[in-house]
Design a protein around this ligand. Structure first.
Ligand SMILES: C[S@@+](CC[C@H](N)C(=O)[O-])C[C@H]1O[C@@H](n2cnc3c(N)ncnc32)[C@H](O)[C@@H]1O
Length: 257
């Protein structure tokens, strides 16, 4: 095994996705080696070459290393806060970005929460790098694990039960557009009032956190807000005001002069 080649692949993966395995190199090497064996690559540099030029190979590696796991109503306090901010700021039609959205649990939860609180005009762009997660999000079929914290009394309103699974009611689809994209290559055409980027920063190194914040800065409208998770520690706050509400930190865009 060429250690140098393995290091180069880790560096390439980090520069593309932002996800660092610098402190888990052994795990990275094991998973990479397993994948190369399964795909019958016996020369690491040949794999590296294909990885750089063939999106399919990159997606195999992504699937090996990154788990798109989430659940409905995760850190639900954020949704209450969102609802309060929409009302306070008097935003009549909020544009919301949920990135990364994993299998759709987060954007569907936001939509359901807002509808339950009488906010009916909004749209959500939901983005994840993992194409399988986006396919699953569009299908919108979930099991008991993802719905563990979902209120029992709302299930019939927002889902159609099919045996042990629950399929998102079709009327919810109109609020959400799903896209497969890499945050670091995301087109910065649209502007959002609120961005949710929860449980991704935790995997990024400092340089990529800074880069992600620069991207979110340009995607936010003036005085827009960025929501991150409790676990997403951000040392730096690039051009954002850190605001604490109910023990929760959110980031408000500061307009540059
Ligand atoms: C743990 S899930 C978080 C989902 C949701 N936001 C939550 O808090 O439950 C992390 C997701 O980040 C996605 N991801 C990783 N790197 C990404 C990137 N560079 N651009 C977009 N999505 C990315 C993964 O595919 C995975 O679905």
């Amino acid at each position: 095994m060429s250690l140098e080649c393995y290091y180069q692949i880790e560096k390439f993966f980090r520069s593309k996705t932002g996800i660092t395995f610098q402190e888990k190199l052994a795990l990275f090497f094991i998973k990479l080696s397993d994948l190369m064996n399964r795909l019958e690559f016996y020369d690491c540099y040949e794999f590296y070459h294909r990885l750089q030029n063939d999106e399919k190979i990159f997606l195999y590696l992504l699937r090996e290393l990154v788990v798109s796991r989430s659940y409905f109503f995760r850190e639900k306090g954020d949704f209450s806060l969102l609802k309060e901010l929409i009302r306070e700021d008097n935003i009549t039609h909020p544009h919301i970005l949920s990135m990364p959205c994993a299998n759709g649990e987060e954007p569907y939860s936001i939509a359901i929460f807002l509808l339950e609180h009488g906010i009916e005009h909004f749209n959500i762009d939901a983005v994840d790098i993992n194409p399988e997660a986006i396919t699953k999000a569009r299908e919108g079929v979930y099991g008991a694990r993802e719905l563990y914290y979902f209120p029992e009394n709302l299930k019939r309103k927002y889902f159609i039960q099919i045996k042990d699974s629950y399929k998102i009611a079709p009327f919810l689809q109109k609020y959400i557009s799903f896209y497969q994209a890499n945050l670091f290559e995301y087109e910065r055409k649209k502007k959002y009032d609120y961005i949710f980027c929860r449980n991704l920063f935790i995997y990024l190194d400092e340089a990529k956190k800074e880069e992600a914040l620069t991207i979110f800065y340009s995607l936010l409208k003036s005085k827009g807000y960025l929501f991150v998770s409790f676990s997403d520690y951000l040392k730096t706050s690039y051009a954002f005001d850190k605001i604490t509400v109910n023990n929760k930190i959110i980031y408000k865009k500061v307009d540059r002069k």
